[in-house]
Design a protein around this ligand. Structure first.
Ligand code: TMP
Ligand code: MG
Length: 202
């Protein structure tokens, strides 16, 4: 029985701390969906390819300084500038696997002490995900993995605060995956989650 409810694509968001494995799992998931004959694309935020994205990238690389609220709004603007393309892709049947979305925006900025409701406000009206997957790893284990690239937020003390912020944002609809398993075990869990969704199930 084909229980796909619509021919639109699904908006699948992966969230988690830096070094939780999101980026490699997102590409593996896209390849898996393509092998199943499902049209899928890998997206990521920040999208550093745009003008706004380049400002964000310079801020993260510490080559520019911006006020906390200013950078917060730029991260949000970077999602807004992709909104209509995102909508087109979804309505024409492409599933989007998105590496970070609004939750990162709110978790990272509120970890700096900005008001939670203020942080959420500019995200209102962006497309709502069909599935949110949280790759769960402790800040200590993530830091032990090494390979923090030296960007602004890649510091254990700050990541601990971000982990606390994610807990505040956590919603019972989120799928939480233990990100400290082997790459293959995490990959399998993600595949099951996505295939279990009515929009992407075969
Ligand atoms: P990346 O490593 O996934 O490219 O993300 C760069 C950093 O930006 C990462 O530390 C998370 C942070 N971030 C925010 O602070 N706000 C946002 O809205 C997004 C998407 C990412
Ligand atoms: Mg990073």
């Amino acid at each position: 029985e084909d229980n796909r409810v619509e021919s639109r694509g699904a908006l699948v968001v992966l969230e988690g701390l830096d070094r939780s494995g999101k980026s490699s799992q997102c590409s593996r998931l896209v390849s898996f969906l393509e092998r199943q004959g499902i049209s899928a694309e890998l997206w990521r935020f920040p999208d550093r390819s745009t003008n706004v994205g380049q400002m964000i990238s310079a801020y993260l690389a510490n080559t520019s300084q911006l006020d906390d609220r200013t950078i917060h709004l730029l991260f949000s603007a970077n999602r807004w500038e992709k909104r209509s393309l995102m909508e087109t892709k979804l309505t024409t049947g492409t599933t989007l696997i998105v590496d970070r979305y609004s939750y990162s925006g709110v978790a990272f900025s509120s970890a700096k002490g900005l008001d939670l409701e203020w942080c959420k406000a500019p995200e209102i009206g962006l497309l709502a995900p069909d599935v949110v997957i949280y790759l769960d790893i402790s800040p200590e284990k993530a830091a032990d993995r090494g390979g923090y690239g030296g960007e602004r937020y890649e510091k254990l003390e700050f990541q601990k605060k971000v982990a606390e912020s994610y807990k505040v944002l956590y919603d019972a609809s989120w799928k939480v995956v233990d990100a400290f398993q082997s790459i293959e075990d995490v990959e399998k869990e993600l595949q099951d989650i996505v295939l279990d969704n009515p929009i992407t199930s075969l």
